[in-house]
Design a protein around this ligand. Structure first.
Ligand code: 13P
Length: 287
């Protein structure tokens, strides 16, 4: 199959009532694990990297790596910038060869977020690249003493979501509905009432960030309300680090790096498969 855009993946997900799993990556083993999991499940998949991850790998190296691995696989794969912090970073990613970029202006006043996102949409769409925006602020789960709650600040406002989509032309956007990145301290209380209104008033595929720790029934419910992309990061890193730690502890003095890394990579394959199945995108790759 080939490298595709997020729009191609998400429009199909929305129509087919499933979400495409998007996994962050920052190295070779991580990327291999995501692609192995998606291939074994015949699932479309999004490989994404935030600015810090891109800086760590180098944008050109990252895109070349994903393309070299994915081009020979029978599944559609998109290469996405996660939480792009600026117009300039989005433009750099267009040059690297990403097929989708996120511009995250969620901490700015709405008018500024709209103006900046629109500029990114104009440039990206001229290159055939999809754009994801953000409304409401999706923070870190560990920031609150008890984790995100009903009264979680920074929730997306449906009026603002409608205006944002109309004025920017984004292909999809992330709405803050009580979700957060990292490890939730308590079960997250997602505001499905808000999601229902946002879906009705925007009509574009919605993105759920902070996928780590969201229970399967909530993932499934979010998908029925228009969520077509779900981001997972912490859960993969946690599995890798725990497995690598156990391997290192049980193999003192072993200097075979490939042998030491393999169990951690295989743990990531298992975790990615579990989350792809939660998103119901297994078997959804097309020819
Ligand atoms: P988690 O690390 O909570 O899975 O969130 C990932 C994410 O939303 C990346 O944007």
């Amino acid at each position: 199959m080939s490298i595709v855009t997020n729009k191609q993946l998400l429009d199909r997900g929305l129509a087919g009532h499933y979400a495409v799993a998007a996994f962050n990556t920052n190295n070779l083993e991580y990327t291999q694990a995501i692609l192995q999991a998606a291939t074994e499940l015949n699932a479309p998949v999004i490989i994404e990297a935030a600015k810090s991850e891109i800086d760590y790998m180098d944008g050109y190296v990252f895109v070349a790596m994903v393309r070299a691995m994915a081009e020979k696989l029978p599944i559609p794969v998109s290469i996405h910038l996660d939480h792009g912090p600026s117009y300039e970073e989005a433009i750099r990613c267009l040059r690297y060869g990403f097929t989708s970029v996120m511009y995250d202006g969620s901490s700015l006043p709405l008018a500024e977020n709209i103006a900046n996102t629109k500029k990114v949409v104009e440039a990206a769409h001229a290159c055939g690249v999809s754009v994801e925006g953000e409304i409401g602020v999706i923070g870190q789960a560990e920031d609150g003493p008890e984790g995100p709650k009903q009264e979680f600040t920074g929730l997306a406002d449906p009026d603002q979501c409608e205006e944002f989509v109309k004025k920017t032309g984004v292909d999809c956007f992330a709405a803050a509905i009580g979700n957060a990145h990292g490890l939730y301290k308590n079960k997250p209380l997602l505001r499905f009432d808000l999601l229902t209104q946002i879906e009705k008033r925007t009509g574009v595929p919605l993105v759920l960030h902070g996928g780590t720790g969201i229970p399967e029934e909530d993932i499934r419910k979010a998908i029925t309300l228009g969520v077509s992309k779900i981001n997972f990061s912490t859960v993969m890193r946690k599995g890798f680090i725990e497995t690598l730690t156990a391997t290192l502890n049980s193999s003192p003095g072993d200097l075979d790096l490939m042998k030491l890394l393999t169990p951690a990579r295989m743990k990531m394959v298992e975790i990615a498969k579990h989350h792809i199945k939660m998103c119901m995108s297994d078997g959804k790759a097309w020819k």
